[in-house]
Ligand binder design. Sequence first.
Ligand code: BEZ
Length: 333
Amino acid sequence: MIRKTNAFSLFAALGLILAAPSGLTSAHAQEREFRIGLITPPAHVWNQEAAALGETLAELSDGRFSLSIYPSGQLGNESTMLQQLQTGALDMAWLTTAEVTTRAPDISALHAPFLVENIADAAKVLRSDVAREMLDTLPSATGTVGVCYAMTGMRQLMTRNPIDDVSDLSGMRFRITPAPPIRSFFEMLDAAPAPMPLTQVYDSLANAQIDAIDMDFESIINFRYYEHAPNMMVTNHHMFGMVALISGRVWARLSSEDQEILREAVQLHCDRTIDRFVEEEDEKLARLREAEGLTITEDVGPDFFGDIVERWDAEWAERTPYVARLRELVAGF
Ligand code: BEZ
């Protein structure tokens, strides 16, 4: 009982200090080390930009802010990190847009199959007002503030055995990022989706627990998935977004000046991440063309998948108006 009272007083005092206007507190009292979690490994562009974010935060805060990075799902998978953000145990995370779709179904629209034809248009969608509007649902749905989107490129199909026809996908155990809109896509293809975190994919392929994966060039290069799935179809069948989240509890305790520093710094590195993916996507495909043992089938368009776009839209347009709104946006590009 006594311990509870003390803990509460300490928490309340801390809250007061953090919430006080900047003129009333010493610079020392506002020094702050933020913690950011990512599922991706240190080599990934997200992690490189997260490291650069630490430097930007230090610069913009005159050295008051620093950032410690927890890569490779060290703090748990993405759904665990989302819970930690909600409780305030974690300050920030860069999560896949796929992860938030369970709680914020509108964001599923970003995973609409063949929404965009290329990565440059994916960047335009992620920077659009329509897409940004969907971030407004995050505080109530997840207890987080969604500052901006970035991405990890377009998604491709990698399979253990060669694929000649869409019917070959039938019954295939396809690893997917856990997310209802992605599950729907593979179910509609009569495949057997196997949701699992990124950190389990390589071993699951190596142990033959799965036959195929839905993946982006960056991760294919980082993890060398072609060692166990040596056939890649360049489908670009959906964009794979990232959303930069800050714990709502942490956010509420920051002064408006400090919130602005965080917003500016995170936005800068979302933008840089998007620019890097747009600039480097072709180069990554060129590198994969050189990968030993990998057979690539290029330019596999929506026609290969039959009427998947119509069927997916028919189901998901019922669940969120953003499917129609994003299709309309892209039609105007
Ligand atoms: C994935 O779950 O496939 C994934 C997650 C983060 C970055 C890249 C891929």
